[in-house]
Each structure stands twice: as structure tokens, then as C-alpha cells.
Write a protein that binds this ligand. Structure first.
Ligand code: SAH
Length: 237
């Protein structure tokens, strides 16, 4: 938690903020080893960042007085990430990493090699997803919550969502064995598609290419989803 991320509800209007949830309180005590008088980096969800002085820390609450709140969050990456739904633990880590890297639009997609049971996982509950996104924002010092949507059918995605997503975006499908290497340092608004742990099937890749996406690879090493996504984002932007 390099940033104390405040919910607008934590602010009480007179320049103070109060937090009462055990996770942030424990983190303040055990990781920051914060004590009253300390100046900490804070941000308001969806808003600005700045500094706040910790004025009280008890087992039940922490009170801050806001000193400055005028720094904008870092710029987002110009990417919409379409991620075939990975297994729940990998999903949790991947959401955290991509949020820390600045992704603001995420679609979780069903493909042939996604286990159907993953769609029933508690990790997909809204509050669980929110928790992973929060951790990513706190890690990277950002306040803008990503948008996560679930797309539970490949064909409906292809027919109903993809054409719009590719409007003004460069579509890139990460797939080992494609003839072209992943481009570097692009500025273009991008739709990046990453396959499941078993990869995209050939038919899915054909359909994505026919819809206007470009295939690309990251070299001969087959990377885990969370590693591939991190490598792709840092190479692309
Ligand atoms: N077993 C699959 C790979 C799955 S890796 C296969 O051999 O095709 C999971 C996903 O990460 C892939 O679908 C792809 O989107 C991405 N990925 C991993 N390594 C990659 C590489 N070397 N090049 C391009 N994409 C890669």
C-alpha cells in the first residue's frame, strides 16, 4: 500500500478523512509502522492524490488531516485488455499486475480452452474483483479504478463486441508461433487479446485475424498468462 486509497465516503468534508476497515488499519500499523504525526501519500478513488497527516491511530480507526490533494494520478495505458479467463488464483494476480501497470479496461472472455467451472469461482464476485483492483492501485499509486466486464461466449464477443472494440483501436492477438514479433513502444490505442493457459485454438485465432486483428508473438518461450501480460504491456507501451 504505497498509497492510502480513500473512498469518497471516508472524507468528512472538513479536510479530514476517517478509515475504519481492518485491512487498511492493519497495513498502516504493521507495514507502514505509521504513528500520529506522520505524513503519508493518499489519493481519493477517482480523484486526485496528495499528502495527509495521520492524526489518530487506534485499533478501530485512523484519522487523517488532508494537507494537499492536487496531484493527478499517472496516465493510463492506451489499451483495452481482453483476457481469456484464467484459473482463479492466476486471475487474482493478473488483475493486480495489470491494474498496477495502468490498464483501465479489462474484458474477461470465454474461449474453448477456458474451464467452464472458472466462471462459477467466487473470485469473479464483484467485491473480490474490486479488492484485487484496489491492491493494484495502492501498489502503483493510482486512483482510477479499472472497468472489468465479463464476456461469457466467444462467438457473441466476436460478433457483437469485437467490431466496436476495433473501431479506432489496433487489435493485437498474442499467440505463440505467429510470424510477426510483438511491436515495441507503440502509441496507438490498442486492443490486446491474451489466451487462456491452454492457448487460443486455431479457429479462434483465424476468427480474430479475419476480424482485423494482427497476430504477434513474444519469442519462443511460452509464458504463463500473468508473465505474458506483464511482458506484453511493458514491451508495447
Ligand atoms: N499452451 C499454449 C500457450 C498458452 S500461454 C500454446 O502453446 O499455445 C497463455 C497465453 O499467453 C497465450 O495464449 C498467449 O496469449 C500468451 N503467450 C504466452 N507466451 C507467449 C509467446 N511466447 N508469444 C505470444 N503469446 C504468448
Amino acid at each position: 500500500m504505497n498509497l492510502i486509497l480513500l473512498d469518497p465516503n471516508d472524507l468528512n468534508g472538513d479536510g479530514c478523512a476517517l478509515i475504519t476497515d481492518p485491512r487498511r488499519l492493519m497495513h498502516l500499523r504493521d507495514v507502514h509502522r505509521a504513528s500520529p504525526g506522520d505524513l503519508l501519500t493518499v489519493g481519493v478513488q477517482g480523484g486526485e492524490m496528495g499528502k495527509a497527516r495521520l492524526t489518530e491511530l487506534t485499533v478501530e480507526h485512523a484519522r487523517f488531516s488532508l494537507e494537499t490533494l492536487n496531484e493527478p494520478p499517472p496516465p493510463p495505458l492506451p489499451v483495452h485488455l481482453v483476457l481469456a479467463l484464467p484459473r482463479p488464483r492466476m486471475l487474482a494476480r493478473t488483475l493486480e499486475h495489470v491494474t498496477a501497470l495502468g490498464v483501465k479496461e479489462i474484458t474477461l472472455l470465454h474461449t474453448k480452452r477456458v474451464e467452464k467451472s472458472y466462471w462459477q469461482s467466487p473470485e469473479l464476485r464483484e467485491d473480490k474483483i474490486h479488492q484485487h483492483l484496489l491492491l493494484g492501485l495502492e501498489q502503483a499509486r493510482d486512483t482510477q479504478m479499472p472497468n472489468v466486464t465479463l464476456s461469457k461466449g466467444f462467438r457473441p464477443f466476436l460478433e457483437q463486441q469485437l467490431p466496436d472494440l476495433l473501431n479506432h483501436r489496433r487489435g493485437l492477438v498474442a499467440h505463440p508461433g505467429m510470424p510477426n514479433a510483438c511491436p515495441r513502444d507503440i502509441q496507438d490505442p490498442t486492443l490486446l487479446l491474451v489466451g487462456p493457459e491452454g492457448g487460443f485454438i486455431a479457429w479462434e485465432v483465424e476468427q480474430l485475424l479475419a476480424a482485423g486483428c494482427e497476430g504477434m508473438h513474444l519469442g519462443p518461450r511460452i509464458l504463463r498468462v500473468e508473465t505474458a501480460v506483464t511482458a506484453l504491456l511493458s514491451r508495447l507501451f
